[in-house]
Design a protein around this ligand. Structure first.
Ligand code: PLP
Length: 414
């Protein structure tokens, strides 16, 4: 056999615009000797394993082989109905199964939205910094981006956009809770512009300092009559309220949009796992997710407080932050942009601690002066150790940059 020495075809262009830092930090953060403050993962030791086991057994007993078939592309009907009922109870709106598409996590919903709405060059007005997974999902579609201005967004720009994208509850990466008046103002403008608003809400249940108030979808519902046919495409998931491994998420939107997304989904994976949808149905019917969320919130609050108190000791000379009222992350901004967090990351690797540098959340890739630090995955002790390592990494970084001055800070090894 002869081997051709012709070059194989190149990969598609969008891959070249992708960055490998995400893969690097995921691989690095998974190492046992590393304190990972990088991922967006819940605390695995708190997962309700027993309840999930019982739900799985019941799902198989009740449904038999049907739990192991391909499912309907729109999702398992009883679970769609349950999500519609919950949404109606939460918002006062008229939702039915026709307003619900079940997805393999919210991540798939983002991908499907890209497939359905974005042609190359189309504009997205996105809350900035932006969830990295959304940027990843939409990159192959080659959209253009402008930052969403919660205070003074102009309607003309929105009218040119295919959609606005926001995570109003405890945003990823910043942990910001968007105030209600800004949500109302944005909805007014989205309606005036006649565009879509993608409201991504995975952190809803992670309320560390009290409830966040109504979603933008709820505000929109209050103004609609009859079956929901509004501008908001709302994304929910069990990844934070239960476990990410079920890969069960949902889109709630106007029935026409659900049909378009279902067409895109058919070409993506035919259907989400019937088995995990059946398990999720059993868990949600019994309110396991609500009880579980209520039980983990105090644990996460303690972890957040451990992170910010240790950071106040070790990092406040170089970084500043607001204490997030919920979610999973503290967003630390370098004071006076003194520290480039892409560079700091290399020093952090040496100290065996991981965070996520801001550049990956910026659609221009230019913001290199902040970092996302997770507080949910590890115990308070491990988090404190991670912050100490981060402090040492910053000291070494700073002393390798004469312009930053050499300070014998609280992190030196002596
Ligand atoms: C803002 C945001 N959207 C979507 C997702 C994806 O969630 P899922 O696990 O449901 O795919 C995440 C995950 O961290 C997220 O932070």
């Amino acid at each position: 056999m002869t081997t051709s020495n012709r070059r194989r075809p190149e990969t598609a262009q969008w891959l070249k615009a992708s960055n490998s830092i995400t893969q690097q930090f995921l691989a690095f953060g998974g190492r046992a000797d590393v304190v990972s403050l990088a991922g967006g993962l819940p605390a695995a030791e708190l997962y309700p394993i027993e309840a999930i086991g019982e739900a799985a057994r019941r799902a198989l007993e009740t449904l038999g082989a049907a739990a192991l078939e391909y499912g309907a592309v729109e999702g398992f009907l009883p679970l769609r109905r349950l999500i519609a009922e919950r949404m109606a109870a939460e918002t006062g709106g008229a939702f039915t199964a026709a307003n619900v598409l079940l997805t393999s996590g919210s991540m798939q919903a983002l991908d499907l939205i890209g497939k359905v709405l974005i042609d190359p060059g189309d504009l997205i007005v996105a809350q900035a910094p932006t969830y990295l997974g959304a940027l990843d999902a939409w990159r192959p579609r080659r959209p253009a981006y402008l930052p969403l201005d919660w205070q003074a967004q102009d309607v003309e720009t929105l009218a040119r956009a295919k959609f606005a994208y926001a995570v109003p509850n405890y945003s990823n990466p910043t942990g910001v809770l968007v105030p209600q008046d800004r949500r109302a103002a944005l909805l007014d403008k989205v309606r005036a512009a006649g565009t879509w608003l993608v409201e991504d809400d995975p952190y809803l249940t992670m309320q560390l300092d009290g409830p966040p108030g109504p979603s933008i979808l709820a505000r929109d519902v209050a103004r609609s009559r009859g079956a929901y046919d509004g501008s908001v495409i709302y994304l929910g998931t069990v990844s934070k309220s239960l476990v990410p491994g079920l890969r069960v998420g949902w889109v709630v939107a106007a029935a026409g949009m659900i049909q378009s997304l279902a067409l895109a989904k058919q070409a993506t994976d035919l259907s989400s796992s019937m088995f995990t949808q059946a398990v999720a149905l059993d868990l949600l019917e019994r309110d396991v997710d609500r009880r579980h969320s209520a039980s983990i919130v105090p644990v996460y609050r303690e972890r957040r407080d451990a992170l910010v108190s240790e950071a106040a000791l070790r990092l406040s000379e170089w970084f500043e932050w607001e204490v997030p009222p919920g979610g999973m992350f503290v967003w630390m901004r370098s004071k006076d942009r003194a520290i480039d967090t892409d560079e700091l990351y290399r020093f952090a690797v040496e100290e065996k601690v991981a965070f996520v540098p801001s550049s990956v959340f910026d659609f221009t890739g230019e913001d290199r002066y902040a970092m996302r630090v997770n507080f949910t995955r590890s115990s308070p002790e491990v988090i404190r150790e991670g912050v100490r390592r981060l402090g040492r990494a910053i000291d070494t970084y700073a002393s390798s940059r004469p312009q930053l001055g050499r300070r014998a800070g609280p992190n030196s090894r002596r």
